[in-house]
Design a protein around this ligand. Structure first.
Ligand SMILES: Nc1ncnc2c1ncn2[C@@H]1O[C@H](COP(=O)(O)OP(=O)(O)OP(=O)(O)O)[C@@H](O)[C@H]1O
Ligand SMILES: [Mg+2]
Length: 282
């Protein structure tokens, strides 16, 4: 990992430990996510073309590539907001949108999908908080209704997570009373409250005013440094990607055209397409 300890806030790291985030399954390098020949089409548009890739448990992987190359589609497939047309996706060894029945692989029912999806949390570009709920309730709602935690238990964990993201004094506010950066930090706490094994981050700072970006990225750096959560991240913040990533995947036209550690992809890319892309965004 390329994290820089000097950029992290030690108080937040303590909070991360007290939340029990480190109680997630230990990093053992096992494959957590696997895409096998995944094809996704929208009409005539083949967005993902027999895509193969995998992410090991505990790793931080960043997806880069031009607009329309299918990055968001990959995260939406993992969140089961869309289903692949062909191919399979496995999370923790379990098929995500398929089930094995009688030795055959069939389309999974809703119950199976809900179970596997519990391992996955996502933070979106537009925070998507529940506007009618105060901050605390935004974070406790899913742990209570989906995981069956008691309200007390969920609230205690929510307060610890709000401490982690530096928002302890805002528990009783509504989302509209917060800045964009604060709302996004609530959304991060809300995703972590479900104790996901993997956190999906889709351009989570793109909708923010520039002066609010650093605070959100610092929180994510801290989470990357102090927890075992696997992170799959789409970002245009290349310095951030360089800091936190174990691996960078360069996408073009629905395929991974190049992958490797950030120092290699950012400094010595092999593909002309990667060089072109990086010179446009760096
Ligand atoms: N629901 C949809 N219906 C039709 N086409 C879609 C849909 N979602 C995505 N697409 C198309 O799929 C392609 C990939 O979109 P996707 O959002 O995954 O790209 P992206 O790499 O995330 O791009 P960006 O960097 O602009 O966010 C685009 O051509 C897009 O128009
Ligand atoms: Mg996108």
């Amino acid at each position: 990992m390329q994290s820089n300890p000097a950029q992290s806030n030690p108080a937040q790291s303590d909070a991360a430990q007290s939340t029990g985030l480190l109680a997630n399954p230990p990093v053992d390098g096992r494959e957590l996510i696997r895409f096998d020949k995944v094809t996704k089409r929208f009409g005539d548009n083949t967005v993902l073309d027999r895509l193969d890739f995998s992410v090991d448990s505990g790793k931080h992987v960043t997806l880069i590539g031009p607009s329309g190359s299918g990055k968001t589609t990959i995260l939406r497939l993992l969140m089961t907001l869309a289903r692949p047309d062909e191919g399979t996706i496995r999370v923790g060894g379990e098929y995500l949108t398929h089930e094995e029945r009688g030795g055959k692989l069939v389309r999974a029912g809703e119950k199976h999908v809900r179970e596997v999806r519990k391992n996955i949390g996502m933070v979106f570009q537009q925070f998507n908080l529940f506007p009618n709920m105060k901050v605390l309730r935004n974070i406790t709602e899913a742990p209570v209704t989906v995981l069956g935690l008691s309200r007390d238990e969920a609230e205690q964990r929510a307060r610890e997570l709000l401490d982690l993201v530096g928002l302890s004094e805002h528990v009783d506010k509504y989302p509209t009373q917060l800045s964009g950066g604060q709302q996004q930090r609530v959304a991060i706490a809300r995703a972590l409250a479900m104790r996901p094994q993997v956190l999906l981050l889709d351009e989570v700072t793109s909708a923010l005013d520039p002066e609010l970006v650093a605070g959100v990225l610092d929180v994510l750096r801290d989470i990357a440094r102090t927890t075992d959560i696997t992170m799959l991240c789409v970002t245009h913040e290349m310095n951030f990607a360089r800091d936190i990533s174990d691996q960078v995947l360069m996408f073009d036209a629905g395929r991974v055209i190049e992958s490797g550690p950030p120092e290699k992809i950012f400094s010595e890319p092999e593909q002309e397409r990667t060089r072109e892309f990086l010179s446009a965004v760096l």
